[in-house]
Structures are given as structure tokens and as C-alpha cells.
Design a protein around this ligand. Structure first.
Ligand code: ADP
Length: 261
């Protein structure tokens, strides 16, 4: 199914990994291995609680959701309802208190940190509300860095990054550092960085929340086009119901549950 799969002999019957290595198939191309409607990720009774001195905060309560290829899902809910918490857990940036995150038939929430990092870098793209670009590096360097970290040669990484930035309408800003880019351009670079490794899952946490309405819509359209062209599965948090309406379906976080809207 995917470019990234665990050899089955490394997995025991309960989906627990008994060794912490994976292999990446050589012939993977963006979207090439994805059939539309393929189940990419499922959660099973996902819970997250934060313990405080006197009490515990139950943020996510038995969340069961599925993400399919070729489908863009909006994640809505009031501020503080747990959207970022959920996205960070699904993006393997945080761990659940209990429950499972199933990718390629295994519970990846239980993976050792090294494997989680490897899986995150190769299969998952993440766009934050704030761009989080490295200030000392140019747009081209920021976008090529994930490929270089993944072991690609600098020349190849920069060529691919240039192509990606071109697709996002930024071929005239390759050498610019983040501080010399507009808010909309910064987010487009952040989108390019999230997609450069050809992930099959994309999570975005209010990716245009800091932009003015016109720029927000423009950047959002670019993001949706990139996701659709690649056929990947995406979960995108937004406060903006108009933007949510452009996606294929809407999930709402409410009292710790995630429900169809
Ligand atoms: P949203 O993205 O929907 O605005 P968040 O996921 O950021 O919501 O936060 C959900 C709730 O979890 C909030 O009440 C927040 O204060 C709480 N929270 C987030 N991180 C922590 C933490 N590390 N410790 C305690 N509470 C936290």
C-alpha cells in the first residue's frame, strides 16, 4: 500500500513492534501507490488526559476516526476543545494516554521514538498556524532540509525544493529568508516543506489562521490543490466554516469526542 511499511515479521499479533526498524520501498512516488479511498490511518479509543496537581483534564475521550486517501477532512471545534492536541497525536508529535493509532496495520503510538521520528519524517506532513521556518535559512534551504535529513544529496534536494516552491508560486522568492517574506508566502513555504518528502498524510493546524481573509483564502486554495493533486489524506483544523465547507467532510471535536458534523 504505502511507501512505508513494517516487515510483517517485526510485528506481533497485538500490532506491537518487536524491533524498531522499517524499510522504505524504493519505487515510491508521490501519490503513485495510493488508491483513492484507501484507509491510511485509524484510531481506536484514543484518549488524552493531562494530570494537574488536584485533578485531571480529559481532553480526548475514546476518539475513533479514519483518514482515507484522496479525502480532505475539516476539523472544527471551539478554542480549547482539543483540535491541536488531536493533530499533534495523529502527527506523532505527541503520544496518547491510551488507545491506538493504526497505520499499515500496526499501532504506531507504541513505536520507539526513533521509529516514530522516521515514520513522521517520511510519511507525515505537518503545517502549523505559525510557519516555524528556520530564520537563518532561505526559503529554498528550509524546504530542502527535510530531504537532506532523510539522506538525499543537497543538489537533488534543492532541485526538488525549487520545483515544489515553483508549484506554490514562489520561484521568485527562493533565496529569501522568512523575515523578508509576507505572511502568505511564509505559509506557502511551510506547505512546501510539509510536502517535500511526499507524505501520504497531511495534518494542518489552522494553517491560514494568522492571515488576512483574502490571503487566507488564496493560501487555502493552494493547499487544497496540492493535497488533491497528490491524492493524499488530510485533516485540517479551521475556525472558518467557509473554508471547512470546501473540504470533503467535517469532523467536530466536542466534549472530548470527535463526531461527524
Ligand atoms: P484547540 O486546539 O482546540 O484550541 P488544544 O488542543 O490546544 O485546543 O487544547 C485543549 C485543552 O488542553 C485546553 O484546555 C488546553 O489548555 C489543554 N492543554 C493543552 N496542552 C496542555 C498541557 N500540556 N497541560 C495541560 N493542559 C493542556
Amino acid at each position: 500500500m504505502s511507501k512505508y511499511s513494517a516487515p510483517t515479521d517485526l510485528i506481533d499479533d497485538d500490532f506491537d513492534i518487536i524491533e524498531d526498524d522499517y524499510f522504505i520501498e524504493d519505487d515510491y512516488e508521490a501519490g503513485a501507490c495510493l488508491n483513492e479511498g484507501e484507509l491510511l490511518l485509524a484510531t481506536r479509543d484514543l484518549c488524552k488526559e493531562y494530570r494537574q496537581v488536584m485533578n485531571k483534564l480529559q481532553i480526548l475521550n475514546n476518539v475513533n476516526l479514519r483518514i482515507y486517501s484522496g479525502e480532505i477532512t475539516a476539523l472544527i471545534g471551539p478554542s480549547g476543545s482539543g483540535k491541536s492536541t488531536l493533530l499533534h497525536i495523529l502527527g506523532l508529535l505527541d503520544t496518547p494516554t491510551s488507545g491506538q493509532i493504526i497505520i499499515s496495520d500496526m499501532d504506531v503510538s507504541k513505536l520507539p521514538e526513533r521509529s516514530r521520528t522516521s515514520l513522521r519524517n517520511s510519511c507525515i506532513g505537518f503545517v502549523y498556524q505559525f510557519h516555524h521556518l528556520l530564520p537563518e535559512f532561505s526559503a529554498l534551504e528550509n524546504v530542502s532540509l527535510p530531504l537532506i535529513i532523510a539522506g538525499e544529496k543537497t543538489k537533488y534536494a534543492e532541485e526538488k525544493a525549487e520545483d515544489m516552491l515553483d508549484q506554490l508560486g514562489l520561484s521568485h522568492r527562493l533565496k529569501h529568508r522568512p523575515a523578508t517574506l509576507s505572511g502568505g508566502e511564509q505559509q506557502r513555504v511551510a506547505i512546501a516543506r510539509a510536502l517535500i518528502n511526499d507524505p501520504y498524510l497531511l495534518f494542518a493546524d489552522e494553517p491560514t489562521g494568522n492571515l488576512d481573509p483574502e490571503t487566507s483564502e488564496e493560501v487555502f486554495e493552494i493547499l487544497l490543490k496540492q493535497v488533491r493533486d497528490r491524492g493524499i489524506g488530510a485533516l485540517i483544523a479551521t475556525h472558518n466554516m467557509e473554508l471547512a465547507g470546501k473540504m470533503d467532510r467535517i469532523l467536530e471535536v466536542k466534549s472530548g469526542r470527535v463526531l461527524a458534523y
